[in-house]
Design a protein around this ligand. Structure first.
Ligand SMILES: NC(=O)C1=CN([C@@H]2O[C@H](COP(=O)(O)OP(=O)(O)OC[C@H]3O[C@@H](n4cnc5c(N)ncnc54)[C@H](OP(=O)(O)O)[C@@H]3O)[C@@H](O)[C@H]2O)C=CC1
Ligand SMILES: Nc1nc(=O)c2c([nH]1)NC[C@@H]1CN(c3ccc(C(=O)N[C@@H](CCC(=O)O)C(=O)O)cc3)C=[N+]21
Ligand SMILES: [Mg+2]
Length: 365
């Protein structure tokens, strides 16, 4: 055997390491138990260079590479820390704006009904607004209120010069027409990016939306801040909702990825995800994406926020993503955790969109 080249490494598989090696989808089994596979991990993360490179092997079966295999572990994409950095940038910009033109950005949030998770999100948004210097305005309406009431509040926020962003917390009660409510938010204040005109512009080449939806924008921002190349890569989005999957696919396409969308009617989704260099999972199914669905070295963005019962936790549940983290982190090159991944980025992007809106309305740069 000649010396190992930079991108191909030959490993000997003995009885103790073969189990791990086969979990890496090693198609190219060589005779004598030698398994050949490419570097598992993309070099940009630097951390997971193979530890064992054999330049000369007389009896492959006598070598064990378990040390390398067991250390292969994805880089954690720390959304919480990136979100904190972004919030610091926003805080500085807001204080500059306030001192130079005396304007404080304002965000209005409309919450209808008594869903506990919605109430928690709205509370967190309010706290984050306060911490960066955005003034927040909150309206809470009962579950059984009329659609007209919601529309009236939207209209008054549309006309309120202190308000630069309006967010209607979703989902709305089922007796309301979500589309006509989202349509009523003036596009200049549509910091969620859910107005059909903003979505339409996102979908059109050569057009720019005024705002990009926060969760997909946060996913792309994480890829940028971790220097993940998107151009020309195979990206798979799992889920096609208006608020996450569909705009995430549009954004990836704008970044010159080759994009596939997997949804509930897709046949053999794992055959599609297995080709992906980048996966964005936004399904709402705990641990749906298994290790065997993932191409070695892929970058994984897990949007899913799924409560699963856990009596050892004070709240009686814990949150898990749509990707089986324990399996995926052994195969991917990088992965977002849940919690602490995309969730905090969604809030950071909302604050960023609100600042952008205030700057645009007041012609401040
Ligand atoms: N981190 C964050 O900031 C945010 C997290 N979330 C979380 O992200 C997840 C998705 O949210 P959201 O987009 O609103 O969810 P939706 O329920 O609106 O959409 C789910 C999508 O997943 C698809 N889907 C459902 N089951 C399967 C399956 N078995 N195989 C393949 N595709 C499937 C659906 O397909 P079809 O279209 O065919 O029905 C649909 O397109 C949830 O866990 C939610 O809590 C949401 C928003 C923000
Ligand atoms: N008009 C509208 N805009 C939204 O952006 C919107 C919405 N409606 N409806 C619901 C979804 C969901 N969503 C989340 C935001 C932050 C976290 C978040 O911060 N999560 C923390 C965990 C929070 C916890 O511990 O409960 C984390 O992942 O680390 C999660 C989910 C925004 N949404
Ligand atoms: Mg939804």
């Amino acid at each position: 055997m000649a010396s190992a080249s930079s991108s191909l490494v030959l490993f000997a598989a003995d009885s103790s390491s073969s189990a791990r090696l086969t979990s890496f989808n090693t198609n190219n089994k060589l005779p004598n138990g030698v398994v050949q596979f490419k570097r598992l991990i993309s070099p940009q993360f630097g951390l997971q260079k193979p530890k064992t490179i054999m330049t000369h092997v007389s009896n492959p079966l006598s070598y064990c590479v378990a040390s390398m295999a067991t250390e292969a572990s994805a880089k954690v994409i720390d959304g919480k820390s990136v979100a904190k950095d972004i919030q610091n940038e926003i805080t500085a910009e807001i204080s500059r704006m306030k001192s130079e033109i005396g304007v404080v950005p304002g965000l209005a949030v409309i919450l209808v009904g008594d869903r506990k998770d919605s109430a928690t999100y709205v509370r967190n948004k309010k706290k984050s607004c306060e911490s960066v210097g955005i003034k927040s305005y909150e309206v809470c309406l009962p579950q059984d209120c009329r659609e007209e009431e919601v529309l009236e509040h939207i209209s008054s926020f549309n006309n309120d010069p202190a308000v630069h962003g309006i967010l209607v917390q979703l989902p709305l009660p089922s007796h309301m027409n979500e589309q006509s409510i989202l349509n009523a938010v003036c596009i200049e204040k549509d910091v969620d990016g859910f107005h059909p005109l903003n979505i339409g512009r996102l979908a059109m080449r050569g057009r720019e939306p005024l705002f990009v939806p926060c969760t997909p924008k946060g996913c792309i921002e994480l890829l940028h801040r971790y220097n993940v190349d998107i151009k020309g890569k195979n990206a798979v989005v799992i889920g096609r909702s208006n608020i996450v999957g569909m705009p995430a696919a549009l954004l990836l396409q704008r970044e010159d990825a080759t994009v596939s969308i997997v949804h509930s009617k897709t046949k053999n989704p794992q055959e599609i995800t297995k080709q992906a260099d980048i996966i964005i999972a936004a399904v709402g199914q705990p641990n749906m994406v298994r290790g065997s669905w993932i191409k070695p070295g892929a970058v994984l963005i897990d949007v899913g926020i799924n409560p699963v019962e856990d009596s050892t936790r004070p709240r009686g549940y814990r949150l898990v993503g749509d990707i089986c983290y324990e399996e995926a982190c052994k195969i991917a090159s990088a992965i977002t955790p849940v919690p602490g991944g995309v969730g905090p980025m969604t809030i950071a992007m909302l604050l960023s969109n609100t600042l952008t809106s205030a700057k645009r309305i007041h012609n401040f740069s």
